[in-house]
Ligand binder design. Structure first.
Ligand code: 7PJ
Length: 274
């Protein structure tokens, strides 16, 4: 069993951990003012923790396919006050960003985990993340968020993603990020069609074995669930809970979810009845 060094915390990965998603974007709380966005985000985070979230993942840039770009300054201005306000909650705080400048500002504000969909490939990102003892999540993405879903192609998706993650894991270690701080993520929906996502989902146990790091899995409300169920994004809770439970059964160490309360219940039932 692994444990994860995660900033102020050491997470014992003896049961699947639930990472609650906190989007700090004005559109996700549909209002104007930034103070309003911050206080609503903080309130939502408190709710997620009361529902049993083990980690809060704070994101100030939407990386959904086709999303608009946010300036670095705006991204920092969104996330830093939220991090500062949530430090007293005493749960690990994660920053979901690709930008080294945002990582640095988030580290100064006291974040415990850097969750990067670009696997610390940004200029200087490895160096920033190597400071201190924060955890990192290195995710595979093929292409760029704006265009990655156009027509992704692989010879062997499992081999390609596994080999990419192994390379990034090694680069991180060489930069001074110890193995005990590294999470890996196949990146569901990031340059993958449904067949690719299904192949990766089923390969989770072998990927974990081959890579020797805990896996973080994010499938919550994603379009692959819509393709399977025919449901719109606002109506994918049951599908998301089912997928999170299956990911946990396949050995995911952390599941990244919107619906914390329901996911925590499902995982409790699995643990009690198995
Ligand atoms: C993921 C993420 C994911 C990690 C997003 C969405 C898109 N970080 N950030 N893994 N997805 N590590 O939630 O639909 O799958 S943003």
């Amino acid at each position: 069993m692994h444990s994860l060094q995660c900033g102020r915390f050491t997470l014992t990965l003896d049961r699947p951990q639930v990472m609650g998603i906190l989007n700090v974007t004005p559109d996700s709380f549909s209002d104007g003012g930034s103070f309003d966005t911050c206080s609503k985000a903080v309130a939502h985070a408190e709710t997620l923790v009361s529902q049993g979230a083990d980690i809060i993942d704070i994101g100030g840039e939407s990386t959904r396919p086709g999303a608009e770009l946010v300036s670095i300054e705006d991204e920092i201005a969104r996330v830093v006050p939220v991090i500062a306000a949530l430090k007293s909650l005493n749960v690990p705080l994660s920053i979901d960003t690709r930008r080294p400048a945002v990582m640095l500002a988030a580290l100064d504000a006291g974040v415990d985990l850097i969750n990067d969909i670009a696997a610390l490939e940004g200029e200087g990102a490895l160096r920033v993340a190597a400071k201190g003892n924060v955890a990192v999540c290195l995710m595979h993405m093929k292409g760029e968020p704006r265009t990655m879903q156009v027509a992704p192609e692989y010879d062997d998706v499992v081999a390609e993603v596994t080999s990419y993650l192994a390379t990034r894991r090694d680069e991180a270690e060489q930069a001074g990020i110890e193995r005990s701080r590294i999470l890996l993520d196949p990146g569901f929906g990031f340059g993958k069609n449904l067949a690719h996502n299904i192949a990766l989902f089923n390969a989770m146990p072998q990927m974990r074995e081959a890579l020797g790091c805990p896996l973080l899995i994010g499938v919550s409300r994603k379009s692959m669930l819509g393709q399977i169920t025919g449901r719109v994004v606002s109506d994918r809770m049951a599908a998301s809970v089912a997928a999170a439970l299956l990911a946990a059964q396949k050995g995911a160490a952390i599941v990244r979810v919107h619906d914390v309360r329901e996911t925590v219940d499902a995982l409790k039932i699995w643990q009690a009845l198995q």
